[in-house]
Write a protein that binds this ligand. Structure first.
Ligand SMILES: [Zn+2]
Length: 306
């Protein structure tokens, strides 16, 4: 009995002193991905209220091209970016037009990066926040070492730090299916999609945890990619609770990137846009079993996202 008591105490001690795992929430395609629903303010307001409630130091990546309609700057869309900044959430560059580096010339891509940094940097400065991170559209960083190097050199010269992603996922398919259901007022379908989304994202975090363990023998700080959609606006609280239940604390991007795992070299390139964990694994030439059991998007979601 005494042994059992000490075992229980020991376990309690380890649980209490165990370092929480870390996750950084990054949100792409700002100001919003609204699928033409016109609920952009609602999406932004809800996302920010979830960040606040769960102390999530999120960062948003902006496509400044989405601030315009028929060539005219829409003040109400700029106001959405200001909502992020005024509440203390940093923004970064995601190019002007969400240009695909794998389909663009270096010159065109570089000019789209510059074009994407006209409105937001002065707004960030006014809000006392830095402007320093770049997120590649489609996670396309270059199909070869040479193409990667030329872009990386350009980004550094422009004062940017790359913002990698470790938890890549298909939240955009769930979000499109959810928006379709919302347009048709299919409430049961919306609930089903939302619940399955949280389950899918839990399976994804478990997948990248075991990948982290295999590559680094420990849990590295994860960087999550999600989009500024109604689905995330409605379910970010459920997602946040799911991560907390799994032992995660929310950290900001600088804190996550401090981890030396992010210095791991990428030496293999391809036409893919994938998680950095998968890039590091490919670069180490791991056996292909490493990539097995990556959670799949349910077929009904793929269908409903059309
Ligand atoms: Zn994007």
């Amino acid at each position: 009995m005494e042994k059992l008591v000490s075992l229980v105490l020991l376990l309690a001690f380890f649980t209490a002193t165990a370092q929480p795992k870390q996750i950084c929430v990054t949100v792409d395609d700002l100001p919003t991905v609204a699928y033409g629903e016109g609920n952009e303010e609602e999406i932004t307001r809800k996302l920010i209220s979830h960040f606040k409630k769960y102390n999530i130091p999120a960062i948003g990546f902006v496509n400044e091209g989405k601030l315009y309609e028929s060539g005219k700057l829409k003040d109400e869309r700029v106001a959405l970016l200001r909502q992020w900044l005024d509440n203390g959430y940093e923004l970064g560059n995601h190019t002007f037009a969400h240009t695909d580096y794998h389909r663009a010339t270096f010159t065109d891509f570089a000019s789209d990066v510059k074009k994407g940094a006209v409105i937001t940097p002065p707004l960030s400065k006014k809000a006392g926040l830095p402007w320093r991170y770049f997120r590649h559209p489609f996670l396309h960083i270059g199909q070869s070492q040479a193409r990667y190097d030329s872009l990386a050199g350009f980004l550094t010269a422009q004062g940017y730090t790359e913002a990698p992603v470790t938890i890549d996922n298909a939240d955009y398919l769930f979000a499109k299916a959810y928006s379709n259901a919302h347009k048709n007022k299919e409430l049961a379908q919306m609930k089903r999609i939302g619940a399955d989304y949280v389950k899918y994202m839990e399976a994804k975090v478990h997948f990248y945890e075991q990948a982290s363990e295999k590559l680094f023998d420990r849990q590295i700080p994860q960087t999550l990619l999600i989009h500024a959609s109604l689905l995330n606006a409605d379910y970010l609280d459920d997602l946040a609770e799911m991560y907390q239940r799994n032992g995660y604390a929310f950290v900001d991007l600088p804190k996550a990137l401090q981890d030396k795992a992010y210095e791991e070299a990428i030496t293999k390139f391809g036409s893919y846009g994938i998680s950095w964990i998968d890039r590091w694994a490919l670069s180490r030439s791991v056996p292909k079993e490493f990539f097995a059991n990556d959670p799949e998007t349910p077929a009904y979601i793929v269908e409903a996202a059309r």
